[in-house]
Design a binder for this molecule. Structure first.
Ligand SMILES: *Cc1c(COP(=O)(O)O)cnc(C)c1O
Length: 346
């Protein structure tokens, strides 16, 4: 079998949730959008509910339905995109809480689902989702009369603690929510790490749960092992892979592993001079270009041909791969391919 194994440590995931929960006095929610950051919303959602999470967040109503099926009745499921046209039946039947982003969405909500609970999303400066101050000022009394369970906003630069945008958005959120009774939420993973001023009543960590930066203390959740299909000896002067981008300076043992850019192992990684796999604690450089289904690796330092090589694990995580490819850990995680065999450890 040439299928790579993606192992997802649900105990580490739950430990990361508890560790983030300990950093604040407020209630800790859990963001499981994009299929639980690519790791499987049903398994991830259940593990987080067992750890104690009671407020979940997804991007779209359809994701909310998948999560509701996994969790059953009880936990709150909040939808960042709010109430889009055609969502009413889904919101009602899956008992979702849309975060209302605009006057249009508020009208849609009260017309199609009178009496159904909704939250509010405010724009404190990111200019992506939520009501701006003027719109909110006009709707505030009507919306608050419905007793929303959450009034939230999102930080644009929370992974840069020194960025002046953080304080500016905090001020804007405080101004917009001054004197309201409804529970408030501003912080995702980065916001939790900015300190108590950013925590309010509910926090919404995502990436930190899955082992990604900026939560540097996170435990490793994801391990990825790729089977070796073939090994060969390449003589000095020979080249490897598409475009002949790598030429052997000396005789080299080369392993070809099963996995490539079709699995989200970004082609751009191959350009980084320090891109590598691991076998135990031995680092093994990637050679040449990443292909659609294959990657070639220098295994000259091993005494025997390996059966599989590790790309993600304790030695290097999603943020290391992200650096090689010029992106962020979030993109590596959510790109991890559908072809991998997923193994859940708990
Ligand atoms: C994705 C997202 C989160 C979680 O962010 P992380 O950086 O992954 O912790 C929280 N709130 C909103 C609105 C989001 O879009």
């Amino acid at each position: 079998m040439s299928t790579a194994k993606l192992t997802i440590d649900l105990t580490a995931l739950a430990d990361n949730w508890r560790a983030l929960d300990r950093l604040s006095e407020s209630e800790t929610g859990a963001v499981v959008k994009a299929d639980g950051y690519g790791l499987g919303v049903a398994q991830v959602g259940k593990a987080l509910a067992m750890a104690g999470a009671r407020k979940f967040f997804v991007a779209q109503a359809e994701e909310g339905l998948a999560l509701r099926r996994a969790l059953g009745h009880g936990p709150e499921i909040n939808v960042f995109s709010g109430h889009m046209a055609g969502d009413a039946e889904l919101i009602r039947s899956a008992d979702l809480i849309p975060m209302i982003n605009s006057t249009d969405q508020l009208l849609r909500q009260v017309e199609t689902l009178p009496g159904h609970v909704f939250g509010i999303q405010l724009d404190s400066g990111m200019n992506r989702l939520g009501m701006e101050p003027a719109e909110w000022a006009a709707l505030r009394d009507i919306a608050l009369a419905q007793r929303p369970p959450l009034v939230m906003s999102h930080l644009a630069c929370a992974d840069e603690p020194e960025h002046p945008m953080n304080a500016a958005q905090l001020q804007s959120f405080c101004d917009m929510t001054q004197g309201i009774d409804a529970p408030r939420s501003l912080a995702a993973t980065g916001g939790i790490l900015l300190g108590p001023a950013y925590h309010f009543d509910v926090t919404r960590p995502g990436i930190g749960l899955y082992g990604g930066l900026p939560f540097a203390d996170a435990q490793t959740v994801v391990t990825l092992d790729l089977p070796v299909i073939q090994t060969r000896t390449v003589a000095a002067g020979e080249t490897i892979g598409y475009g002949n981008t790598w030429t052997a300076q000396a005789e080299t043992q080369v392993a070809t592993v099963s996995g490539g850019y079709a699995d989200g192992l970004l082609r751009a990684m191959g350009n980084a001079s320090d891109a590598a796999f691991y076998h135990g604690d031995i680092r093994l450089p990637i050679l040449g270009r990443v292909s659609m289904d294959l990657i070639t690796v220098d295994v000259s330092s091993l005494s025997e041909p390996p059966e599989s090589l590790r790309l993600l694990g304790d030695a290097q995580g999603v943020d290391t791969l992200a650096d090689w490819a010029g992106t962020i850990g979030y993109e590596i995680l959510t790109s991890l391919g559908a072809r991998f065999e997923r193994i859940y450890r708990s």
